[in-house]
Design a binder for this molecule. Structure first.
Ligand SMILES: Nc1nc2c(ncn2[C@@H]2O[C@H](COP(=O)(O)OP(=O)(O)O)[C@@H](O)[C@H]2O)c(=O)[nH]1
Ligand SMILES: [Mg+2]
Length: 206
């Protein structure tokens, strides 16, 4: 599969600013600093399309990118970068942290094809668990990706990923895709999972 183009379209802070919904969307979520911007850049083969920041929790806007690929089911889609969660000092509900903009988007968006949820391969937080539970409750099962796997010692990799899988409460057959934006490890697998998800969904929108 080839990526023909990837470009930033806009930052949205109100629902009116969202794209019209003609294209499928794949949304990326995860707590701040989990490596979301890095993963988007790695996935799209671009150095700094999504800003990689060392200061967590800065982006509160919904950033939309237009991506076109050689895969017929993903020939054109919007990659949607949602604000991070988990930087509030006091643990708040998913709703109060993300606010109604994101909640309404995730609950009601017809053109939303799938959600990729990023977790740190070494650290699972309560908010990660709450977010998965909440996404499931609105019938949006996320595709879960474990980031920064280059930081795992090879001898501990399998065990750590198994523990992370369990800590997230994923079922036996549910995927946890290991990913490293440093090495590109997991990139083909994640694209494969996205292409499969896009292929399962009838082309009722695009
Ligand atoms: N070692 C390693 N560091 C990473 C990886 N992905 C992100 N980082 C680092 O983690 C920090 C946060 O990354 P960023 O992409 O801005 O996270 P975001 O807040 O979720 O968008 C940065 O210092 C990145 O360089 C990875 O796969 N491996
Ligand atoms: Mg970011």
């Amino acid at each position: 599969m080839k990526i023909f183009a990837a470009e930033f379209i806009k930052s949205c802070v109100t629902p009116e600013q969202f794209p019209s919904g003609q294209l499928h969307e794949i949304a990326f979520v995860g707590r701040s600093n989990v490596g979301k911007s890095s993963l988007i850049n790695s996935l799209l083969n671009r150095r700094d399309l999504a800003k990689v920041s060392r200061t967590p929790g800065k982006t509160r806007a919904v950033n939309v990118f237009l991506v076109s690929t050689s895969d017929p089911n993903l020939s054109q889609f919007h990659l949607v970068d949602l604000p991070g969660y988990g930087f509030a000092r006091v643990s708040k509900s998913v709703r109060t942290q993300w606010g109604p903009l994101i909640e309404d988007y995730l609950v009601g968006r017809a053109s939303l094809l799938g959600i990729v949820m990023l977790v740190d391969s070494r650290v699972v937080t309560d908010q990660d668990r709450q977010t998965i539970a909440w996404l499931r409750s609105i019938r949006r099962n996320p595709l879960v990706v474990a980031t920064k796997v280059d930081k795992l010692k090879p001898s501990e990799r399998v065990r750590t990923l198994r523990l992370t899988h369990r800590a997230l409460g994923l079922a036996d057959g549910e995927l946890l895709i290991p990913y490293s934006s440093e090495t590109g490890d997991g990139r083909d697998r994640l694209w494969g999972a996205l292409r499969e998800a896009a292929g399962r969904r009838p082309a009722d929108i695009a």
